[in-house]
Design a protein around this ligand. Structure first.
Ligand code: HEM
Length: 70
Protein backbone atom coordinates (compact mmCIF):
# COMPACT_ATOMS: atom_id res chain seq x y z
CA UNK A 1 0.00 0.00 0.00
CA UNK A 2 1.51 3.36 -0.99
CA UNK A 3 1.43 6.50 1.18
CA UNK A 4 -1.58 7.98 -0.66
CA UNK A 5 -3.61 4.88 0.09
CA UNK A 6 -2.54 5.09 3.74
CA UNK A 7 -3.75 8.70 3.95
CA UNK A 8 -7.09 7.64 2.38
CA UNK A 9 -7.47 4.78 4.91
CA UNK A 10 -6.63 7.13 7.80
CA UNK A 11 -9.22 9.62 6.49
CA UNK A 12 -11.82 6.82 6.25
CA UNK A 13 -11.33 5.57 9.80
CA UNK A 14 -11.08 9.05 11.28
CA UNK A 15 -14.46 9.78 9.69
CA UNK A 16 -15.94 6.88 11.74
CA UNK A 17 -14.35 8.25 14.96
CA UNK A 18 -15.73 11.70 14.11
CA UNK A 19 -19.21 10.29 13.44
CA UNK A 20 -19.22 8.45 16.80
CA UNK A 21 -18.12 11.64 18.56
CA UNK A 22 -20.93 13.62 16.90
CA UNK A 23 -23.45 10.95 18.01
CA UNK A 24 -22.04 11.15 21.59
CA UNK A 25 -22.48 14.92 21.42
CA UNK A 26 -26.12 14.62 20.33
CA UNK A 27 -26.81 12.07 23.09
CA UNK A 28 -25.19 14.38 25.66
CA UNK A 29 -27.27 17.29 24.36
CA UNK A 30 -30.55 15.39 24.62
CA UNK A 31 -29.62 14.14 28.12
CA UNK A 32 -28.69 17.71 29.03
CA UNK A 33 -25.21 16.67 30.15
CA UNK A 34 -22.85 19.59 30.06
CA UNK A 35 -19.28 18.43 29.70
CA UNK A 36 -16.71 20.29 27.64
CA UNK A 37 -14.70 17.13 27.00
CA UNK A 38 -17.62 15.54 25.10
CA UNK A 39 -17.61 18.56 22.80
CA UNK A 40 -13.84 18.38 22.38
CA UNK A 41 -14.09 14.66 21.51
CA UNK A 42 -15.36 15.60 18.02
CA UNK A 43 -12.56 18.12 17.56
CA UNK A 44 -9.77 15.56 18.05
CA UNK A 45 -10.56 13.52 14.87
CA UNK A 46 -11.79 16.61 12.97
CA UNK A 47 -8.37 18.29 12.84
CA UNK A 48 -6.51 15.32 11.26
CA UNK A 49 -9.62 14.78 9.05
CA UNK A 50 -9.18 18.31 7.73
CA UNK A 51 -5.45 17.78 7.12
CA UNK A 52 -5.85 14.40 5.38
CA UNK A 53 -8.93 15.66 3.48
CA UNK A 54 -7.05 18.65 2.08
CA UNK A 55 -4.21 16.30 1.11
CA UNK A 56 -6.66 14.01 -0.75
CA UNK A 57 -8.17 17.06 -2.44
CA UNK A 58 -4.81 18.28 -3.70
CA UNK A 59 -3.65 14.83 -4.84
CA UNK A 60 -5.14 14.71 -8.40
CA UNK A 61 -3.83 18.20 -9.21
CA UNK A 62 -0.33 17.50 -7.90
CA UNK A 63 -0.05 14.14 -9.73
CA UNK A 64 -1.37 15.65 -12.98
CA UNK A 65 1.35 18.31 -12.81
CA UNK A 66 4.13 15.79 -12.18
CA UNK A 67 2.81 13.55 -15.01
CA UNK A 68 2.93 16.51 -17.40
CA UNK A 69 6.51 17.21 -16.37
CA UNK A 70 7.75 13.64 -17.02
C1 HEM B 1 -12.70 18.38 7.46
C2 HEM B 1 -12.67 18.55 6.17
C3 HEM B 1 -12.68 17.46 5.14
C4 HEM B 1 -12.09 17.56 3.92
C5 HEM B 1 -11.31 18.75 3.38
C6 HEM B 1 -12.35 16.32 3.22
C7 HEM B 1 -11.94 16.02 1.92
C8 HEM B 1 -12.04 14.81 1.30
C9 HEM B 1 -11.51 14.48 -0.02
C10 HEM B 1 -10.83 15.48 -0.96
C11 HEM B 1 -11.78 13.19 -0.27
C12 HEM B 1 -11.37 12.37 -1.51
C13 HEM B 1 -12.43 12.46 -2.58
C14 HEM B 1 -11.90 11.70 -3.79
O1 HEM B 1 -12.04 10.47 -3.83
O2 HEM B 1 -11.35 12.35 -4.68
C15 HEM B 1 -12.49 12.65 0.89
C16 HEM B 1 -12.93 11.35 1.01
C17 HEM B 1 -13.69 10.89 2.06
N1 HEM B 1 -14.12 11.63 3.14
FE1 HEM B 1 -13.53 13.52 3.61
N2 HEM B 1 -13.07 15.48 4.02
C18 HEM B 1 -13.32 16.13 5.20
C19 HEM B 1 -14.04 15.66 6.26
C20 HEM B 1 -14.73 14.46 6.28
C21 HEM B 1 -15.70 14.07 7.28
C22 HEM B 1 -16.15 14.97 8.45
C23 HEM B 1 -16.11 12.82 6.95
C24 HEM B 1 -17.14 11.93 7.60
C25 HEM B 1 -17.48 11.99 8.86
C26 HEM B 1 -15.39 12.41 5.75
C27 HEM B 1 -15.50 11.18 5.12
C28 HEM B 1 -14.86 10.81 3.97
C29 HEM B 1 -14.89 9.47 3.37
C30 HEM B 1 -15.60 8.25 3.97
C31 HEM B 1 -14.16 9.53 2.19
C32 HEM B 1 -13.91 8.38 1.20
C33 HEM B 1 -12.59 7.73 1.57
C34 HEM B 1 -12.21 6.62 0.58
O3 HEM B 1 -12.19 6.86 -0.62
O4 HEM B 1 -11.93 5.53 1.05
N3 HEM B 1 -14.55 13.43 5.37
N4 HEM B 1 -12.63 13.66 1.82
Amino acid sequence: MNSNMWIRQIHRWLSIAFTLAVIANIVALTMQIQATWIGLMAFVPLLPLLATGLYLFALPYVSRRSEARS
